[in-house]
Ligand binder design. Structure first.
Ligand code: ATP
Length: 269
Protein backbone atom coordinates (compact mmCIF):
# COMPACT_ATOMS: atom_id res chain seq x y z
CA UNK A 1 0.00 0.00 0.00
CA UNK A 2 1.40 3.32 -1.02
CA UNK A 3 0.78 5.05 2.30
CA UNK A 4 2.43 2.28 4.30
CA UNK A 5 4.61 3.56 7.08
CA UNK A 6 8.18 2.62 6.57
CA UNK A 7 9.77 4.40 9.43
CA UNK A 8 10.20 2.76 12.79
CA UNK A 9 9.59 4.25 16.18
CA UNK A 10 11.66 3.00 19.06
CA UNK A 11 12.54 3.79 22.60
CA UNK A 12 16.29 3.69 22.48
CA UNK A 13 18.25 2.21 25.35
CA UNK A 14 21.56 3.00 23.73
CA UNK A 15 23.67 5.53 25.63
CA UNK A 16 26.97 7.30 24.96
CA UNK A 17 28.68 4.51 26.91
CA UNK A 18 27.78 2.14 24.07
CA UNK A 19 29.50 4.36 21.54
CA UNK A 20 33.24 3.86 21.79
CA UNK A 21 35.66 6.61 20.85
CA UNK A 22 34.13 9.56 18.99
CA UNK A 23 34.58 11.77 22.05
CA UNK A 24 34.45 14.98 20.04
CA UNK A 25 31.22 14.01 18.34
CA UNK A 26 29.67 13.11 21.71
CA UNK A 27 30.78 16.44 23.11
CA UNK A 28 29.10 18.28 20.26
CA UNK A 29 25.89 16.31 20.65
CA UNK A 30 25.68 16.80 24.39
CA UNK A 31 24.02 20.13 23.76
CA UNK A 32 21.28 18.42 21.76
CA UNK A 33 20.74 15.96 24.59
CA UNK A 34 20.43 18.82 27.08
CA UNK A 35 17.92 20.54 24.85
CA UNK A 36 15.75 17.44 24.36
CA UNK A 37 15.79 16.66 28.07
CA UNK A 38 14.45 20.03 28.96
CA UNK A 39 13.52 22.20 26.00
CA UNK A 40 11.71 24.89 28.02
CA UNK A 41 14.62 25.47 30.32
CA UNK A 42 17.00 25.50 27.41
CA UNK A 43 14.93 28.17 25.68
CA UNK A 44 14.77 30.25 28.88
CA UNK A 45 18.51 30.47 29.20
CA UNK A 46 18.65 31.53 25.60
CA UNK A 47 20.28 28.42 24.18
CA UNK A 48 20.03 28.06 20.44
CA UNK A 49 19.84 24.53 19.21
CA UNK A 50 20.42 23.42 15.67
CA UNK A 51 17.38 21.73 14.14
CA UNK A 52 19.23 19.62 11.68
CA UNK A 53 22.43 17.71 12.29
CA UNK A 54 24.32 15.83 9.63
CA UNK A 55 26.49 12.95 10.77
CA UNK A 56 29.24 12.45 8.23
CA UNK A 57 31.54 9.46 8.01
CA UNK A 58 32.36 6.14 6.35
CA UNK A 59 29.96 3.15 6.56
CA UNK A 60 29.88 1.18 9.80
CA UNK A 61 31.54 3.81 11.96
CA UNK A 62 28.59 4.29 14.31
CA UNK A 63 26.47 7.09 12.86
CA UNK A 64 23.19 5.29 13.45
CA UNK A 65 24.43 4.12 16.84
CA UNK A 66 25.31 7.71 17.76
CA UNK A 67 21.87 9.01 16.78
CA UNK A 68 20.25 6.26 18.88
CA UNK A 69 22.51 7.20 21.77
CA UNK A 70 21.33 10.81 21.63
CA UNK A 71 17.73 9.56 21.83
CA UNK A 72 18.64 7.16 24.65
CA UNK A 73 20.49 9.80 26.64
CA UNK A 74 17.64 12.27 26.24
CA UNK A 75 14.91 9.68 26.79
CA UNK A 76 12.90 10.77 23.75
CA UNK A 77 11.26 8.71 20.99
CA UNK A 78 13.44 7.91 17.99
CA UNK A 79 11.90 7.79 14.52
CA UNK A 80 14.17 6.39 11.86
CA UNK A 81 14.07 5.66 8.17
CA UNK A 82 16.57 5.08 5.38
CA UNK A 83 16.07 7.83 2.81
CA UNK A 84 15.89 5.24 0.04
CA UNK A 85 12.68 3.98 1.64
CA UNK A 86 10.91 7.26 1.01
CA UNK A 87 11.08 6.76 -2.68
CA UNK A 88 8.64 4.61 -4.59
CA UNK A 89 7.80 4.19 -8.18
CA UNK A 90 4.81 6.42 -7.78
CA UNK A 91 5.25 10.14 -7.88
CA UNK A 92 4.11 11.84 -4.72
CA UNK A 93 4.45 8.87 -2.38
CA UNK A 94 7.84 9.93 -1.06
CA UNK A 95 6.63 13.42 -0.26
CA UNK A 96 3.61 12.11 1.62
CA UNK A 97 5.83 9.73 3.60
CA UNK A 98 8.06 12.62 4.58
CA UNK A 99 5.02 14.63 5.71
CA UNK A 100 3.66 11.68 7.66
CA UNK A 101 6.97 11.07 9.42
CA UNK A 102 7.39 14.70 10.46
CA UNK A 103 3.79 15.00 11.65
CA UNK A 104 4.09 11.91 13.80
CA UNK A 105 7.37 13.04 15.31
CA UNK A 106 5.91 16.48 16.08
CA UNK A 107 2.97 14.90 17.89
CA UNK A 108 5.40 13.05 20.14
CA UNK A 109 7.85 15.88 20.63
CA UNK A 110 10.38 16.24 22.06
CA UNK A 111 11.64 13.61 19.68
CA UNK A 112 14.32 12.74 17.15
CA UNK A 113 13.95 11.95 13.47
CA UNK A 114 16.86 10.04 11.98
CA UNK A 115 17.27 9.79 8.22
CA UNK A 116 19.98 7.36 7.16
CA UNK A 117 21.65 7.51 3.71
CA UNK A 118 20.46 11.08 3.23
CA UNK A 119 22.19 11.18 -0.15
CA UNK A 120 19.57 8.77 -1.56
CA UNK A 121 17.09 11.66 -1.67
CA UNK A 122 19.50 14.47 -1.09
CA UNK A 123 21.70 14.39 -4.19
CA UNK A 124 21.86 17.66 -6.01
CA UNK A 125 18.80 18.20 -8.08
CA UNK A 126 18.94 18.04 -11.80
CA UNK A 127 21.93 15.71 -11.95
CA UNK A 128 20.07 12.41 -11.99
CA UNK A 129 20.83 9.92 -14.72
CA UNK A 130 18.42 10.34 -17.58
CA UNK A 131 17.82 13.90 -16.42
CA UNK A 132 15.75 14.70 -13.37
CA UNK A 133 13.84 12.25 -11.25
CA UNK A 134 10.52 13.82 -10.38
CA UNK A 135 9.78 11.52 -7.52
CA UNK A 136 13.11 12.03 -5.83
CA UNK A 137 13.03 15.77 -6.37
CA UNK A 138 9.53 16.06 -4.95
CA UNK A 139 10.61 14.06 -1.94
CA UNK A 140 13.63 16.28 -1.44
CA UNK A 141 11.49 19.41 -1.81
CA UNK A 142 9.09 18.12 0.80
CA UNK A 143 11.97 17.40 3.15
CA UNK A 144 13.28 20.94 2.69
CA UNK A 145 9.80 22.32 3.33
CA UNK A 146 9.48 20.29 6.55
CA UNK A 147 12.88 21.46 7.77
CA UNK A 148 11.83 25.06 7.20
CA UNK A 149 8.36 24.58 8.61
CA UNK A 150 9.02 23.87 12.27
CA UNK A 151 7.36 26.17 14.77
CA UNK A 152 9.59 27.18 17.68
CA UNK A 153 7.58 25.02 20.09
CA UNK A 154 7.90 21.91 17.92
CA UNK A 155 10.81 20.32 19.65
CA UNK A 156 12.02 17.88 17.05
CA UNK A 157 15.67 17.37 16.18
CA UNK A 158 16.36 15.95 12.74
CA UNK A 159 19.55 13.95 12.47
CA UNK A 160 20.72 12.42 9.25
CA UNK A 161 23.71 10.44 8.09
CA UNK A 162 25.73 10.21 4.91
CA UNK A 163 29.07 9.04 3.71
CA UNK A 164 28.78 11.28 0.64
CA UNK A 165 28.40 14.86 1.88
CA UNK A 166 29.99 16.00 -1.38
CA UNK A 167 26.98 14.97 -3.50
CA UNK A 168 24.33 16.61 -1.33
CA UNK A 169 22.16 19.37 -2.71
CA UNK A 170 23.46 22.66 -1.33
CA UNK A 171 19.92 23.59 -0.29
CA UNK A 172 20.04 20.89 2.39
CA UNK A 173 23.01 22.53 4.08
CA UNK A 174 21.62 26.06 4.30
CA UNK A 175 21.13 27.72 7.70
CA UNK A 176 18.14 26.32 9.55
CA UNK A 177 18.42 22.99 7.74
CA UNK A 178 21.32 20.56 8.16
CA UNK A 179 23.59 23.39 9.15
CA UNK A 180 25.61 21.48 11.72
CA UNK A 181 27.95 18.69 10.67
CA UNK A 182 29.34 16.18 13.11
CA UNK A 183 32.21 14.08 11.85
CA UNK A 184 32.20 10.39 12.72
CA UNK A 185 35.66 9.23 11.76
CA UNK A 186 37.11 5.79 11.15
CA UNK A 187 38.61 4.53 14.43
CA UNK A 188 42.35 4.63 15.12
CA UNK A 189 43.84 1.78 17.15
CA UNK A 190 42.95 3.37 20.46
CA UNK A 191 39.34 3.78 19.39
CA UNK A 192 39.35 0.22 18.02
CA UNK A 193 40.48 -1.02 21.42
CA UNK A 194 37.58 0.87 23.03
CA UNK A 195 35.13 -0.58 20.52
CA UNK A 196 36.43 -4.10 21.23
CA UNK A 197 35.96 -3.45 24.94
CA UNK A 198 32.35 -2.38 24.42
CA UNK A 199 31.54 -5.45 22.37
CA UNK A 200 33.22 -7.90 24.76
CA UNK A 201 31.39 -6.59 27.82
CA UNK A 202 29.19 -9.66 27.85
CA UNK A 203 31.66 -12.12 26.35
CA UNK A 204 33.70 -14.34 28.68
CA UNK A 205 37.35 -13.77 27.75
CA UNK A 206 40.25 -16.12 28.52
CA UNK A 207 43.27 -14.89 30.48
CA UNK A 208 45.44 -14.66 27.40
CA UNK A 209 43.23 -12.13 25.62
CA UNK A 210 44.93 -8.86 24.78
CA UNK A 211 42.48 -6.56 23.01
CA UNK A 212 45.16 -3.98 22.33
CA UNK A 213 47.04 -6.41 20.11
CA UNK A 214 43.86 -7.12 18.16
CA UNK A 215 43.16 -3.39 17.93
CA UNK A 216 46.64 -2.71 16.55
CA UNK A 217 46.31 -5.58 14.09
CA UNK A 218 43.07 -4.39 12.53
CA UNK A 219 43.89 -1.13 10.73
CA UNK A 220 41.07 0.06 8.49
CA UNK A 221 38.38 -1.89 10.31
CA UNK A 222 35.32 0.07 11.39
CA UNK A 223 33.09 -0.52 14.41
CA UNK A 224 30.77 -2.80 12.48
CA UNK A 225 33.73 -4.97 11.38
CA UNK A 226 34.99 -5.21 14.95
CA UNK A 227 31.56 -6.20 16.19
CA UNK A 228 31.51 -9.01 13.59
CA UNK A 229 35.01 -10.02 14.64
CA UNK A 230 33.87 -10.51 18.23
CA UNK A 231 30.75 -12.42 17.17
CA UNK A 232 32.81 -14.63 14.89
CA UNK A 233 35.34 -15.35 17.66
CA UNK A 234 32.54 -16.29 20.04
CA UNK A 235 31.13 -18.66 17.43
CA UNK A 236 34.50 -20.31 16.86
CA UNK A 237 34.96 -20.76 20.62
CA UNK A 238 31.45 -22.20 20.96
CA UNK A 239 32.03 -24.65 18.13
CA UNK A 240 35.10 -25.88 20.00
CA UNK A 241 33.05 -26.22 23.19
CA UNK A 242 35.15 -23.62 24.98
CA UNK A 243 33.80 -21.70 27.95
CA UNK A 244 35.58 -18.54 26.96
CA UNK A 245 37.06 -16.76 23.96
CA UNK A 246 40.86 -16.97 23.65
CA UNK A 247 43.37 -15.03 21.65
CA UNK A 248 43.52 -17.76 19.00
CA UNK A 249 39.78 -17.42 18.37
CA UNK A 250 40.11 -13.67 18.00
CA UNK A 251 43.05 -14.08 15.60
CA UNK A 252 41.12 -16.61 13.51
CA UNK A 253 38.07 -14.37 13.45
CA UNK A 254 40.25 -11.45 12.37
CA UNK A 255 41.63 -13.48 9.46
CA UNK A 256 38.14 -14.44 8.37
CA UNK A 257 36.94 -10.85 8.41
CA UNK A 258 40.03 -9.74 6.49
CA UNK A 259 39.53 -12.54 3.94
CA UNK A 260 35.88 -11.55 3.55
CA UNK A 261 36.93 -7.97 2.90
CA UNK A 262 39.43 -9.10 0.26
CA UNK A 263 36.83 -11.23 -1.47
CA UNK A 264 34.48 -8.27 -1.64
CA UNK A 265 37.26 -6.17 -3.17
CA UNK A 266 38.02 -8.80 -5.81
CA UNK A 267 34.35 -9.18 -6.69
CA UNK A 268 33.90 -5.45 -7.12
CA UNK A 269 36.83 -5.07 -9.49
P1 ATP B 1 26.10 2.94 7.76
O1 ATP B 1 26.70 4.14 7.12
O2 ATP B 1 26.48 1.65 7.10
O3 ATP B 1 24.64 3.07 8.11
P2 ATP B 1 26.78 3.61 10.46
O4 ATP B 1 27.92 4.55 10.52
O5 ATP B 1 25.42 4.10 10.71
O6 ATP B 1 26.88 2.77 9.15
P3 ATP B 1 26.19 1.80 12.58
O7 ATP B 1 25.03 1.19 11.89
O8 ATP B 1 25.94 2.75 13.65
O9 ATP B 1 27.14 2.46 11.50
O10 ATP B 1 27.20 0.69 13.10
C1 ATP B 1 26.91 -0.68 12.97
C2 ATP B 1 27.25 -1.40 14.24
O11 ATP B 1 28.67 -1.39 14.45
C3 ATP B 1 26.66 -0.72 15.47
O12 ATP B 1 25.37 -1.17 15.75
C4 ATP B 1 27.65 -1.12 16.55
O13 ATP B 1 27.33 -2.37 17.08
C5 ATP B 1 28.98 -1.21 15.81
N1 ATP B 1 29.73 0.04 15.96
C6 ATP B 1 30.05 0.92 14.99
N2 ATP B 1 30.76 1.94 15.48
C7 ATP B 1 30.85 1.75 16.80
C8 ATP B 1 31.43 2.49 17.88
N3 ATP B 1 32.07 3.65 17.68
N4 ATP B 1 31.33 1.98 19.12
C9 ATP B 1 30.70 0.81 19.35
N5 ATP B 1 30.12 0.08 18.38
C10 ATP B 1 30.20 0.53 17.12
Amino acid sequence: KSGARLYTRETSRVTFADVAGLEEAKQELLEVVEFLRNPKKFARIGGKVPRGILLVGPPGTGKTLMARAVAGEAGVPFFSIAASQFIEMFVGVGASRVRDLFNTAKKQAPSIIFIDELDAVGRSRGTGLGGGNDEREQTLNQLLAELDGFEPHEEVIVMSATNRPDVLDAALLRPGRFDRQVVVERPDWRAREEILKVHTRKVPLAEDVDLRTIAKGTPGMCGADLESLINEAALIAARQDRESVSMIHLEQAKDRILMGAERKLVLSE
